[in-house]
Design a protein. Structure first.
Length: 368
């Protein structure tokens, strides 16, 4: 299906997302048999005092623009007063707003593709806390953004912060991850159990389990609410709720790994309960405390492999580890942008259960 925007597609790939953005561009060029890139050159200038500006170096008039940004890329640096500073999510989000202000009034439609949603972990308020994610979405809405595209958002209910005028599209890379998992790993589909590491991830675990037609288990995190460590209440214990795990293949799924401590504690518990194999799946792997705890856990046989995506920056050292498998989601992201630009239906992009069931049947028959 074509639309009035099909010939007006433009991609603004932020510096923090070059590798993924270039792959998306190449994929769309190939789909449309185009020789010219859809990327519009953009220069993000940073002054010595830390302030910045965005300069769009080509015309965007009447364009259907997709701004692609990875707010989780902590490898980006800039100089301020002679010091080297690493960019955090706040600086990346500010750059998005700079680009929007630079194209405002010229581009016909602006979509922000933010695979890792800005401030998605601060999605609700407890007491006198800031409500950062909702405020950020409202800012983008007020700047004239028509659609937000994100992946595996920490709490999808955050879209209720912008109920009118701006569309919020949350996609799950479940299909892409599971296809690679099924192809790569040796397991009996009849003995798979998906595990939620906490109550908040239960819907995600059920979504994965539905693809496999498998059972679900869950851990309840018991916290000490009298203390705050690193900005959160420390976990005192993990209480398991679910069926017998003896001889099972347990797959722990969550949207993101920060330090990874909590997920590895779950892996320890699963092994103690007799799980034959433990796999970890996380859309975003940040490794905020480094890789050592994962190296140690792998050497001790606590888990087989961690499956994650290239939707946010991952330290290059992780890519060399035998326990880490990065799944390329650029094709999926390309399909989403191409479909939105041509006014196609996105429902098929959000539901691929039949493909997974077909692959599982082939696995059972020894054809994979």
């Amino acid at each position: 299906m074509s639309s009035k925007y099909e010939d007006e597609l433009g991609l603004i790939v932020m510096d923090n997302c070059k590798e993924l953005g270039n792959k998306i561009d190449q994929n769309i060029m190939q789909r449309r048999s185009k020789k010219d890139s859809f990327i519009i050159p953009t220069n993000l200038v940073r002054f010595n005092n830390g302030e910045g500006k965005a300069v769009i170096e080509d015309s965007v008039r009447d364009k259907d623009l997709y701004i692609i940004s990875d707010i989780g890329n902590h490898s980006m640096t800039y100089k301020m007063y002679g010091y080297i500073n690493h960019m955090g999510p706040d600086e990346h989000f500010m750059d998005i707003k700079r680009v929007i202000s630079a194209v405002r009034g010229q581009a016909d439609r602006v979509t922000v593709v933010m695979p890792l949603l800005y401030e998605s972990r601060q999605h609700r308020r407890k007491g006198r806390e800031s409500l950062d994610c909702a405020l950020a979405l409202q800012e983008l809405q007020n700047l004239g953004v028509s659609t937000i595209v994100t992946f595996d958002v920490h709490d999808p209910n955050i879209q209720n912060a912008v109920p009118t005028s701006m569309s919020f599209e949350n996609f799950y890379p479940t299909n892409t991850i599971l296809k690679e998992f099924i192809k790569n790993e040796e397991f009996d589909p009849e003995t798979v159990k998906f595990i939620s590491p906490d109550t908040g991830a239960m819907d995600r675990a059920k979504y994965y389990a539905n693809m496999f037609q498998a059972d679900v288990g869950m851990f309840h995190k018991r916290r000490d609410y009298s203390k705050i460590v690193d900005g959160k209440n420390p976990i005192v214990a993990h209480n398991y709720l679910g069926g017998n795990l003896e001889g099972e293949t347990a797959i722990v799924v969550d949207d993101m790994i920060a330090s990874g401590t909590s997920m590895l504690e779950v892996a320890v518990d699963l092994k103690k309960r007799g799980a034959r194999k433990v796999f970890l799946i996380s859309t975003f792997s940040m490794f905020t405390n480094g890789l050592e705890c994962f190296n140690k856990a792998f050497e001790e046989g606590l888990f087989e492999k961690l499956y994650s995506t290239n939707l946010t920056y991952v330290d290059k050292d992780a890519l060399t580890k035998p326990w880490y498998e990065q799944i390329d989601c650029s094709n999926y992201a390309s399909d989403i942008i191409n479909t939105l630009n041509t006014s196609g239906s996105i429902s098929e992009l959000k539901n691929g259960k039949q493909k997974i069931l077909t692959m599982l049947q082939k696995k059972k028959n020894g054809e994979l």
